[in-house]
Write a protein that binds this ligand. Structure first.
Ligand code: 5GP
Ligand code: ZN
Length: 142
Protein backbone atom coordinates (compact mmCIF):
# COMPACT_ATOMS: atom_id res chain seq x y z
CA UNK A 1 0.00 0.00 0.00
CA UNK A 2 1.28 3.45 -0.93
CA UNK A 3 2.61 5.57 1.93
CA UNK A 4 2.60 2.71 4.41
CA UNK A 5 5.96 2.61 6.18
CA UNK A 6 5.65 -1.08 7.02
CA UNK A 7 4.82 -2.00 3.39
CA UNK A 8 7.97 -0.06 2.47
CA UNK A 9 9.94 -2.02 5.08
CA UNK A 10 8.67 -5.26 3.47
CA UNK A 11 9.83 -4.17 0.00
CA UNK A 12 13.14 -2.86 1.38
CA UNK A 13 12.39 0.71 0.32
CA UNK A 14 12.82 1.60 4.01
CA UNK A 15 15.68 -0.29 5.68
CA UNK A 16 15.06 -2.43 8.74
CA UNK A 17 17.00 -4.79 10.96
CA UNK A 18 15.39 -8.14 10.29
CA UNK A 19 14.93 -10.96 12.78
CA UNK A 20 12.79 -13.37 10.73
CA UNK A 21 11.11 -13.44 7.34
CA UNK A 22 9.05 -15.91 5.30
CA UNK A 23 6.45 -15.64 2.53
CA UNK A 24 3.80 -14.33 4.91
CA UNK A 25 5.44 -12.40 7.75
CA UNK A 26 8.40 -10.29 8.70
CA UNK A 27 9.85 -9.61 12.14
CA UNK A 28 12.26 -6.72 12.64
CA UNK A 29 13.59 -4.54 15.43
CA UNK A 30 11.33 -1.66 16.44
CA UNK A 31 13.24 1.56 15.84
CA UNK A 32 12.29 2.80 19.32
CA UNK A 33 13.88 -0.19 21.17
CA UNK A 34 11.62 0.48 24.15
CA UNK A 35 13.63 -2.27 25.75
CA UNK A 36 16.60 -3.96 24.07
CA UNK A 37 15.30 -6.50 21.57
CA UNK A 38 11.87 -4.85 21.11
CA UNK A 39 10.65 -6.55 17.94
CA UNK A 40 7.68 -6.06 15.61
CA UNK A 41 5.97 -8.97 13.84
CA UNK A 42 3.93 -7.93 10.81
CA UNK A 43 1.98 -9.68 8.06
CA UNK A 44 3.33 -9.04 4.56
CA UNK A 45 -0.24 -8.50 3.45
CA UNK A 46 -1.33 -4.96 4.29
CA UNK A 47 -4.13 -5.16 6.82
CA UNK A 48 -4.93 -2.27 9.10
CA UNK A 49 -5.46 -4.08 12.37
CA UNK A 50 -6.70 -7.24 14.10
CA UNK A 51 -10.27 -6.67 12.91
CA UNK A 52 -9.12 -7.42 9.35
CA UNK A 53 -7.67 -10.88 10.08
CA UNK A 54 -9.44 -13.88 8.58
CA UNK A 55 -8.63 -17.44 9.67
CA UNK A 56 -6.06 -17.95 6.90
CA UNK A 57 -4.09 -14.82 7.76
CA UNK A 58 -4.35 -15.56 11.49
CA UNK A 59 -2.90 -19.02 11.00
CA UNK A 60 0.07 -17.60 9.12
CA UNK A 61 0.84 -14.67 11.41
CA UNK A 62 -0.26 -15.54 14.94
CA UNK A 63 1.52 -18.89 14.90
CA UNK A 64 4.81 -17.00 14.64
CA UNK A 65 4.31 -15.02 17.85
CA UNK A 66 5.57 -17.77 20.20
CA UNK A 67 8.36 -18.64 17.75
CA UNK A 68 9.71 -15.08 17.83
CA UNK A 69 9.01 -14.78 21.56
CA UNK A 70 11.09 -17.85 22.38
CA UNK A 71 13.96 -16.66 20.16
CA UNK A 72 14.00 -13.28 21.92
CA UNK A 73 13.92 -14.94 25.34
CA UNK A 74 16.78 -17.29 24.45
CA UNK A 75 18.85 -14.44 22.99
CA UNK A 76 19.72 -12.94 26.36
CA UNK A 77 19.74 -14.55 29.82
CA UNK A 78 18.87 -11.17 31.34
CA UNK A 79 15.41 -11.34 29.75
CA UNK A 80 13.04 -12.43 32.54
CA UNK A 81 9.69 -11.78 30.83
CA UNK A 82 8.09 -10.50 27.65
CA UNK A 83 5.06 -8.36 26.90
CA UNK A 84 3.15 -8.89 23.66
CA UNK A 85 1.24 -5.75 22.69
CA UNK A 86 -1.05 -5.23 19.73
CA UNK A 87 -2.62 -1.78 19.39
CA UNK A 88 -5.78 -1.55 17.29
CA UNK A 89 -7.10 1.90 16.43
CA UNK A 90 -5.79 5.36 17.20
CA UNK A 91 -7.59 5.44 20.56
CA UNK A 92 -5.75 2.23 21.47
CA UNK A 93 -2.36 3.85 20.71
CA UNK A 94 -1.97 2.50 17.17
CA UNK A 95 0.23 4.92 15.24
CA UNK A 96 1.19 2.81 12.21
CA UNK A 97 -1.90 1.49 10.44
CA UNK A 98 -0.38 -1.74 9.15
CA UNK A 99 -1.11 -4.41 11.72
CA UNK A 100 1.80 -5.34 13.98
CA UNK A 101 2.55 -7.17 17.21
CA UNK A 102 5.09 -5.72 19.62
CA UNK A 103 7.29 -8.22 21.42
CA UNK A 104 8.90 -6.35 24.28
CA UNK A 105 11.45 -8.20 26.39
CA UNK A 106 11.48 -7.34 30.08
CA UNK A 107 14.60 -7.06 32.20
CA UNK A 108 13.61 -5.39 35.47
CA UNK A 109 10.52 -3.85 37.08
CA UNK A 110 11.99 -0.45 36.31
CA UNK A 111 13.00 -1.00 32.68
CA UNK A 112 11.48 1.40 30.18
CA UNK A 113 8.16 -0.38 29.55
CA UNK A 114 5.11 -0.28 31.77
CA UNK A 115 1.44 -1.08 31.44
CA UNK A 116 -1.47 -0.33 33.75
CA UNK A 117 -4.54 -2.53 34.24
CA UNK A 118 -7.02 -0.62 36.40
CA UNK A 119 -9.02 -2.95 38.66
CA UNK A 120 -12.71 -2.03 38.30
CA UNK A 121 -14.01 -5.36 39.57
CA UNK A 122 -16.00 -3.78 42.43
CA UNK A 123 -18.13 -1.83 39.93
CA UNK A 124 -19.72 -4.91 38.31
CA UNK A 125 -22.22 -7.45 39.61
CA UNK A 126 -22.20 -11.02 38.32
CA UNK A 127 -25.38 -10.22 36.38
CA UNK A 128 -23.75 -7.26 34.70
CA UNK A 129 -20.74 -9.38 33.78
CA UNK A 130 -23.06 -12.00 32.31
CA UNK A 131 -24.82 -9.36 30.20
CA UNK A 132 -21.48 -8.08 28.93
CA UNK A 133 -20.37 -11.61 28.08
CA UNK A 134 -23.68 -12.39 26.35
CA UNK A 135 -23.37 -9.37 24.07
CA UNK A 136 -19.88 -10.48 23.08
CA UNK A 137 -20.90 -14.12 22.63
CA UNK A 138 -23.72 -13.30 20.25
CA UNK A 139 -21.20 -11.64 17.95
CA UNK A 140 -18.76 -14.53 17.76
CA UNK A 141 -18.13 -15.83 14.25
CA UNK A 142 -18.38 -19.56 13.51
P1 5GP B 1 2.08 1.47 17.32
O1 5GP B 1 2.12 2.74 18.11
O2 5GP B 1 1.35 1.68 16.00
O3 5GP B 1 1.56 0.30 18.08
O4 5GP B 1 3.59 1.10 17.00
C1 5GP B 1 4.28 1.53 15.90
C2 5GP B 1 5.72 1.21 16.14
O5 5GP B 1 6.41 1.33 14.92
C3 5GP B 1 6.41 2.15 17.14
O6 5GP B 1 6.88 1.40 18.26
C4 5GP B 1 7.56 2.76 16.33
O7 5GP B 1 8.74 2.89 17.07
C5 5GP B 1 7.72 1.77 15.19
N1 5GP B 1 8.23 2.38 13.98
C6 5GP B 1 7.73 3.48 13.36
N2 5GP B 1 8.45 3.76 12.25
C7 5GP B 1 9.40 2.79 12.15
C8 5GP B 1 10.44 2.53 11.20
O8 5GP B 1 10.62 3.23 10.22
N3 5GP B 1 11.23 1.45 11.45
C9 5GP B 1 11.05 0.63 12.53
N4 5GP B 1 11.88 -0.39 12.66
N5 5GP B 1 10.06 0.85 13.44
C10 5GP B 1 9.25 1.91 13.25
ZN1 ZN C 1 1.23 -1.63 4.85
Amino acid sequence: MEDCIFCKIITGEIPSVSVYEDDDVKAFLDISQTTVGHTLLIPKKHVTNIFDYDAALSSKVLVKIPVIARAIKKSNPKILGLNIVNNNGELAYQSVFHSHFHLIPRYTESDSFSINFTNNSEKYSTNQLQEIAASIKQNLED
